[in-house]
Design a protein around this ligand. Structure first.
Ligand SMILES: *Cc1c(COP(=O)(O)O)cnc(C)c1O
Length: 414
C-alpha cells in the first residue's frame, strides 16, 4: 500500500526517508512518532503550486501542533488555522506570522479574542450573533476593529464519519444557511467589526470531490453577493480533504484545487484554505513494541502504544494500516488484534491483522501524522510519546518523551 514514498521497506526493513525505523526506536524508545520532513514539505507544495489565484494556505494546527511542524510550515510560507489562544501562542513560538492566522471554533473566550487582536490576526471565523457581539465589544474596548468572516453552514453532507461531519444542518458549527444574510447585516452594524470574508468547513476525511463541489456552488453565489454588499476580500473553504488510510482512492490535491479555481478563480477574492490531515497525515507513523502475545478466543498482540497515544481507532472506529517494522520473516503470520495496555475495551489499534509477531518485535501504524500525537493524553498516567522528525539520514528529536514527574506537574498535595 502506498501512503507515502517516504516510509518504505528496503530489504524488508522499514525506513523513514533514509533512517532505519528500528534504529530510531532503539535510540528514542517506544511508543514513538516519526515524521518525514520531506513528506510535509511536499504536502504543502502540492497545495501551494496547484493554485494560481491569490491564496493563503492556513495549515490547521490541531492536526499536529508540534512546534517543529509549525516552524517548517511557516518557513514554507504557510499561514495557520487555529482554534484556541494556546494554538496561537504555539504559532508565534514557532515563528509563524499572526497576520496569516485565521481563528476558528465555536467557543472563543474573551481573553483569547483580546490576545488574537493584540497579535493582529488576519481574521476571526465567527459562528453566532452572540460571538460577533463579544468580538465587537472586545475590539471596541481596545480601540480597534476586528476582522471577521462568518462561518456559514452550507448543509452539505460530506459522507464521512458522523463525529467529523461539521456542515450538516444539525451540526453545532456555523451559521444556519437561511440565517446567513441577517447575521451579516447584524455584523455590519456592530461598531467593532469589519467584515473581511466568508468561511465554511464541511467536515474531515472527505474522500470524494462531490461534497466540495456542492459546497463551492453554494459558497460562490454567496461570496458574489457579499462582495457586492460588504466588500469582502476573502473566501475560506476550510479543510477536510481525506487521505489514504486504506486504499480509499482519495482525490489528488491538484484536482481539488482545479475545482476551486473553477468556482472562485474569477471573483477577485483571496482564497483561504485550512488543510490539516492532508498536510500531515501521511507524513507520520507511530512505532510501537509488542509486549505480550495472548492467544484466547482471538489472538492479541499487546503493544506499548495505547488509545492515549492514538485515539482514532477508538474514537472514530478508524482503520489504520499496521505492519511489522522488520518484514524479513513472515512465516508465522497469523491474525492478530493489536491492543494497548489501557483499561478500556476500546483500546485497540487494529483488529484481525495478518502479522508475524513475537514478544519484543516492533510494529508500525501508518498515516499517524494527523490527529495522533495532538489528541494524545496522559490517561492511565502514561507519559506521552517522543516525536522525531527525519530529514534524509538525519533524525531530530522534536519532542522529548514525557517523564513520570511531568505527569503531576502543577498538582499539589493537601
Ligand atoms: C479541523 C479543522 C480543519 C482541518 O480539517 P482537516 O480535515 O484536518 O483538513 C480546518 N478548519 C476547521 C475549522 C477545522 O475545525
Amino acid at each position: 500500500m502506498d501512503y507515502s514514498e517516504h516510509f518504505v521497506y528496503r530489504d524488508d526493513q522499514l525506513y523513514a526517508e533514509d533512517c532505519r525505523v528500528a534504529d530510531l526506536a532503539a535510540k528514542y524508545g517506544t511508543p514513538l512518532y516519526v515524521y518525514s520532513r520531506e513528506s510535509l514539505r511536499q504536502a504543502f507544495a502540492d497545495y501551494d503550486s496547484s493554485l494560481s489565484l491569490p491564496h493563503t494556505i492556513c495549515y490547521s494546527v490541531k492536526a499536529n501542533s508540534n512546534l517543529a511542524v509549525l516552524q517548517l510550515m511557516a518557513s514554507l510560507g504557510s499561514g495557520f488555522d487555529i482554534v484556541s489562544g494556546g494554538e496561537l501562542a504555539r504559532v508565534i513560538a514557532a515563528g509563524g506570522d499572526p497576520s496569516k492566522v485565521v481563528y476558528s471554533g465555536v467557543g472563543k473566550r474573551e481573553d483569547e479574542i483580546r490576545y488574537a487582536l493584540e497579535k493582529g490576526i488576519y481574521c476571526f471565523n465567527a459562528e453566532s450573533e452572540m460571538e460577533l457581539q463579544t468580538i465587537s465589544d472586545v475590539a471596541v474596548s481596545m480601540n480597534v476593529k476586528a476582522p471577521v468572516a462568518l462561518r456559514v453552514n452550507p448543509a452539505v453532507d460530506p459522507h464521512t464519519h458522523h463525529h467529523i461531519a461539521t456542515g450538516l444542518k444539525t451540526s453545532k458549527f456555523g451559521v444556519a444557511w437561511e440565517d446567513v444574510p441577517a447575521v451579516y447585516e447584524y455584523a455590519s452594524k456592530l461598531p467593532g467589526i469589519c467584515i473581511r470574508g466568508v468561511d465554511c468547513h464541511i467536515g474531515s476525511q472527505i474522500t470524494t470531490l462531490s461534497p466540495f463541489r456542492e459546497m463551492a456552488e453554494k459558497i460562490r453565489d454567496l461570496a458574489v453577493t457579499l462582495k457586492d454588499r460588504y466588500g469582502i476580500e476573502s473566501v475560506d473553504v476550510g479543510g477536510g480533504l481525506g487521505i489514504n488510510y486504506d486504499n480509499d482512492g482519495t482525490p489528488a490535491v491538484s484536482d481539488y484545487m482545479k475545482l476551486l479555481e473553477e468556482y472562485f478563480g474569477d471573483l477577485g477574492l483571496r482564497l483561504v484554505l485550512e488543510p490539516g490531515r492532508s498536510m500531515v497525515g501521511n507524513a507520520g507513523i507511530l512505532v510501537t513494541k509488542v509486549q505480550y502475545i495472548k492467544k484466547a478466543a482471538k489472538n492479541f498482540a499487546i503493544v506499548d502504544a495505547g488509545m492515549n497515544d492514538m485515539i482514532r481507532p477508538a474514537l472514530y472506529t478508524a482503520w489504520m494500516n499496521i505492519s511489522e517494522v522488520d518484514r524479513s520473516d513472515r512465516s508465522a503470520a497469523d491474525k492478530y488484534t493489536v491492543v494497548g495496555p489501557i483499561c478500556e475495551s476500546s483500546d485497540k489499534l487494529g483488529e484481525d491483522r495478518l502479522l508475524s509477531v513475537k514478544k519484543g518485535d516492533l510494529l508500525v501504524q501508518f498515516s499517524a501524522g494527523a490527529y495522533g500525537f495532538s489528541m494524545s493524553s496522559n490517561y492511565n498516567s502514561r507519559p506521552r510519546a517522543a516525536e522525531v522528525m527525519v530529514k534524509g539520514g538525519e533524525d531530530f528529536e522534536i519532542r522529548t518523551r514525557e517523564t513520570v514527574e511531568d505527569l503531576w506537574r502543577g498538582e499539589h498535595l493537601l
